[in-house]
Design a protein around this ligand. Structure first.
Ligand code: NAD
Ligand code: TYD
Length: 339
């Protein structure tokens, strides 16, 4: 059996990856290490948690007593665990430094001592390039992160690289664009707007709504990570982009159309501080390995809307019964001035 450690496997992308990995690789045993923070949920793994080829471990990646033996006992580590929401990093960045930087350091220290480790995938993000007014970021471009989230991810990205350059830890870094799909926590724009629309609530659109993101279906992200595990070269960075650049206003209108709700639900609100205008990735390096995204954005978004429509069991308890979520939502949106 190939022993695979997935950190953050109870989060959005991690849980989709665990599901993908168990389905695609019958010779893998997957261990999920997750702290179950506000967005890490065992519900995300409901259909795989009892799979005999899957083990769940509750713990903090920064706690070496828990994480180091798991890293040392693995052939492959796929490191998704992170604090991930830009708006939260603007309010309080400490947890981002703890998990994204120090937690990554703890895993890398263990990886340095591991004897059977073949791959350490550092899941980074396109946000490390900063705002890109024109063109598309290449892996060799300068990193210019502009908010505490992206800066903490840039720190982890380069720290991981340094463990390859210095100690030959078999690190490969991936930088993906904005993901969408099932099990995404309803603080990120797509699940927030879909679930608000389904409940006839306002969709709080930041600024002029012309910020652009490149949308990548989470399953395409999983297949890209899988490809990089198999064919990536140690010490290298691979961009993973969906090639779907969409301004937020257009995304919002599409969501309203797919949910059958009127454009009057759009509420222009004050912009995010330091809001990155645009991200875009050049994905030629990954495509040269043989990867391409499978999901057309129109179909993927429609399927995602259908998933949220069919899965109130998953999101309604978060929105209606989780006091921490409700406090966050209120602070973020209730007194926010109009744009
Ligand atoms: P998420 O916020 O949905 O999940 C993060 C998971 O990490 C949760 O399960 C949480 O409980 C866990 N976690 C947090 N701190 C931990 C700690 N100290 N120890 C153990 N577990 C901890 O995030 P996501 O959207 O699935 O993102 C996963 C990874 O992909 C992150 O590294 C993120 O930076 C990266 N990424 C995300 C996107 C995106 O669009 N969501 C795009 C590119 C890259
Ligand atoms: P988000 O999903 O937070 O991802 P990221 O900031 O990491 O790209 O936001 C995606 C885009 O949507 C971003 O330009 C900010 C915008 N946005 C809104 O307009 N309203 C919202 O309520 C949220 C959460 C995001």
């Amino acid at each position: 059996m190939v022993k695979v450690l997935v950190t953050g496997g109870a989060g959005f992308i991690g849980s989709n990856f665990v599901r993908y990995a168990l389905r695609t690789h019958p010779d893998w045993h997957v261990t999920t290490l997750d702290k179950l923070t506000y967005c890490g949920r065992l519900e995300n793994l409901h259909d795989v948690v009892d799979n005999p080829r899957h083990t769940f471990v509750l713990g903090d990646i920064a706690d070496s007593a828990v994480s180091a033996p798991l890293v040392r006992g693995s052939h492959i580590v796929v490191h998704f665990a992170a604090e991930t929401h830009v708006d939260r990093s603007l309010q309080s960045a400490g947890a981002f430094i703890h998990t994204d930087v120090f937690g990554t350091f703890a895993l890398l220290e263990a990886a340095r001592q591991a004897t059977g480790l073949r791959r350490f995938i550092q899941i980074s993000t396109d946000e490390v390039y900063g705002s890109v007014p024109t063109g598309a970021s290449k892996e060799t471009d300068e990193l210019r992160p502009r908010n505490p989230y992206s800066a903490s991810k840039a720190g982890a990205d380069r720290l991981a690289y340094s463990y390859w350059a210095t100690y030959q830890v078999p690190v490969v870094v991936t930088r993906a664009s904005n993901n969408y799909g099932p099990y995404q926590f309803p603080e990120k724009v797509i699940p927030l707007f879909i679930t608000n629309a389904l409940e006839d609530l306002d969709l709080p659109l930041y600024g002029d709504g012309m910020n652009v993101r490149d949308w990548l279906h989470v399953d395409d992200h999983c297949s890209a990570v899988d490809m990089v595990i198999e064919k990536g070269v140690d010490g290298e960075v691979y961009n993973i982009g969906g090639g779907n650049e969409v301004p937020n206003i257009e995304l919002t209108r599409r969501i309203l159309q797919l949910t059958g709700k009127p454009d009057t639900l759009i509420r222009p609100v004050a912009d995010r501080l330091g809001h990155d205008r645009r991200y875009a990735l050049d994905t030629a390096k990954l495509r040269a390995l043989g990867w391409s995204p499978r999901h057309l954005f129109a179909d993927g978004l429609a399927a995602t809307v259908e998933w949220y429509k069919a899965s109130p069991w998953w999101w309604q308890p978060i929105k209606h019964q989780d006091p921490a979520y409700q406090a966050y939502y209120k602070a973020q949106y209730s007194t926010r001035p109009g744009a």
